[in-house]
Design a protein around this ligand. Structure first.
Ligand code: GLP
Length: 258
């Protein structure tokens, strides 16, 4: 895994956005996997800045959400479809018809999950997948003990995840119990993974993901299996890494210096 430690969230946003912009320049109709959560917001804002400045054209890309709550009323402001509309589709001026999110309101969730997988396949697979990480090591909503080869499916949210996400809802009880999420096997099929982690609250999860054993107890450790995975971290999120000096040295001496 490429581990990049940067002074703060702004630098993380800039460097991680560069990875996405490179993927789009290589392939203007790139398929981009979109994460919600606070971690990638700076990255999205940086891409939006580049689009507004005419430096980047993302009009041809297609997007796939990572996950969605089950059972929120259509149009609920905290549904991930709504969040992605506000934080990605509108600021990047994407055609909403080109961005797909698992249908957490479907009557047949198993069929909705299978349909979502087929849609990714029909798009030719995901070129670059943006990821955050939960404080318990989840990616998407793949909670600890998720199968390392899982596909898009229904999951039950961990109590910690519901507590962490309660801040977005009027009351903790309003946080859905279930979700649909791309599986770890689905995520691993993306051609490139860009994980963003910010802040001290993520430091243990990041250390387990990057330097811990490959284990379903830390679902993000599955990135260790991917040939092209990068973790973009601020100093606080990197605080528990044992080889931090090595990662800084590697970044400082990277070929080409970009
Ligand atoms: C959420 C999402 C994840 C996200 C994670 C971290 O519950 N399902 O995709 O990466 O938790 O969120 P944040 O970036 O806000 O810390």
């Amino acid at each position: 895994m490429e581990v990049v430690i940067l002074p703060g969230p702004d630098e993380v946003a800039r460097v991680a956005a560069r990875r996405i912009a490179e993927a789009v320049r290589r392939r203007p109709d790139a398929v981009v996997g979109l994460a919600t959560g606070s971690s990638p917001l700076g990255l999205y804002a940086e891409l939006a800045r580049q689009v507004a400045a005419g430096e980047l054209d993302v009009s041809g890309i297609r997007g796939f959400g990572l996950d969605e709550y089950v059972g929120l009323p259509p149009g609920h402001p905290q549904s991930y479809a709504s969040v992605l509309r506000r934080t990605v589709v509108q600021p990047l001026r994407l055609d909403p018809a080109r961005v797909h999110v698992p249908d957490g309101g479907a009557a047949e969730l198993v069929a909705a999950a299978a349909g979502f997988e087929r849609r990714i396949e029909a798009a030719g697979g995901i070129d670059v997948q943006i990821l955050g990480i939960g404080a318990n090591g989840h990616i998407g909503f793949n909670e600890p003990t998720s199968s390392l080869s899982s596909r898009t499916r229904v999951k039950t949210l961990a109590p910690r995840t519901r507590a962490d996400n309660a801040r977005f809802f009027a009351s903790p009880e309003e946080v859905p119990v279930h979700c649909l999420t791309q599986g770890l096997g689905t995520i691993l099929e993306a051609r490139e993974l860009v994980l963003v982690a910010l802040g001290r609250a993520k430091a243990d999860a990041v250390a387990a993901a990057v330097e811990g054993p490959l284990s379903s107890m830390c679902p993000a450790s599955v990135l260790q299996l991917h040939p092209r995975a990068g973790a973009y971290l601020d100093e606080a999120a990197a605080a528990r890494l044992r080889l931090a000096d090595y990662y800084r040295h590697t970044w400082a001496h990277r070929p080409g210096g970009s």
